[in-house]
Design a protein around this ligand. Structure first.
Ligand code: DDH
Length: 290
């Protein structure tokens, strides 16, 4: 299927900045979610999972159709816990009913990242709601109980190379895993709502012990209270992945630049944007208050 973007009628960058601001204010206000982490990480994860169903082979799935809101996709076991993010965003959809779901979810991720002090993400509108029949089947999202070969092969479906894969998984600097959602438990680092390169620093420098969780999953724990899943740990065990882990641990600017480029691609996979669709760079709330 050809998915041509169509910016919501007559909408200008200022209109999308208003949506950004509404999401950002709600993140600020509802800051006690998940024991004080706030909604940033889970909203970021929703932007990835609504995009992470894409298959370049037939251009099915992906962020364009916003099909996450249909029960089949929402109830994918791999999406457990993301209902918190969609409940959080639903009032925004009510306030801006002209916005498509795909634009809502992806703009949510961009807002979450920037408000967590991550890189600026140039974003384009125009995703169009698709009917329920276009909802991709479950099983397209990654299973963390795997090693480097699986990760490399999984991301081939998107055409992402090793460098892009290592950069994208650095999103695990924020948020945490929850036993009731995934069978894993704990955060990757200390500052759970500030976007940094700490995922790579901790992966290299912490002392890791392999354990089995009460749900039977394998994870690596450190004395400082951090964790890694097998697909995270794999980035240290594979020599080509390790090269980029070391680079990003040493150079946060390089991580931010590479993450930005890979994440923009992730959100836009499979979408044809008309040539005159400008990428919008949103101002953070802090910048607007200065
Ligand atoms: Fe992830 N992730 N992720 N992830 N992810 C989880 C949490 C978060 C995998 C598995 C899990 C990316 C890649 C992968 C975030 C962002 C991104 C959890 C725990 C699992 C499991 C969920 C829970 O228990 O609540 C696997 C496997 C991969 C992989 O690619 C091999 C990518 C690419 C991103 C991204 O955003 C670009 C974020 C943020 C979280 C924290 C969520 C939270 O509620 O906190």
């Amino acid at each position: 299927a050809l998915h041509v973007a169509h910016t919501e009628d007559g909408k200008k960058p200022e209109d999308f900045q208003k949506v950004y601001n509404a999401i950002a204010k709600k993140i600020r206000e509802e800051d006690d979610y998940d024991d004080g982490v706030g909604y940033g990480p889970v909203v970021l994860r929703l932007s990835w999972h609504c995009s992470g169903t894409w298959d370049k082979k037939d251009n099915s799935g992906g962020s364009f159709g916003g099909t996450y809101h249909y029960p089949k996709e929402m109830n994918d076991p791999a999406n457990a816990g993301l209902q918190n993010a969609s409940r959080f965003l639903e009032p925004i959809h009510k306030e801006f009913p002209w916005l498509s779901y795909g634009d809502l979810y992806t703009l949510g991720g961009v807002t979450a990242l920037q408000e967590m002090q991550g890189p600026k993400i140039p974003w384009r509108p125009g995703r169009v709601d698709l009917p329920e029949a276009d909802t991709p089947d479950n099983g397209r999202l990654p299973d963390a109980e795997n090693g480097a070969d699986y990760v490399r092969n999984f991301f081939k479906r998107f055409g992402f190379n090793d460098q892009e894969v290592v950069a994208l998984i650095g999103a695990h600097s924020v948020g945490e895993t929850h036993m009731e959602n995934s069978g894993y438990n704990g955060p990757w680092g200390a500052a759970e709502n500030v976007f940094t390169n700490q995922f790579y620093v901790n992966l290299l420098n912490e002392k890791w012990t392999r354990i089995t969780t009460e749900k039977g999953k394998t994870q690596y724990n450190s004395p400082d209270g951090f964790m890694m899943m097998p697909t995270d740990f794999a980035l240290k065990e594979d020599s080509n992945y390790l090269k980029y882990v070391k680079k990003y641990a040493e150079d946060q600017d390089a991580f931010f630049e590479d993450f930005k480029n890979a994440y923009v691609k992730l959100l836009e996979n499979g979408i044809e944007f008309p040539k005159d669709t400008p990428r919008i760079i949103f101002k953070t709330l802090d910048e607007q208050e200065d």
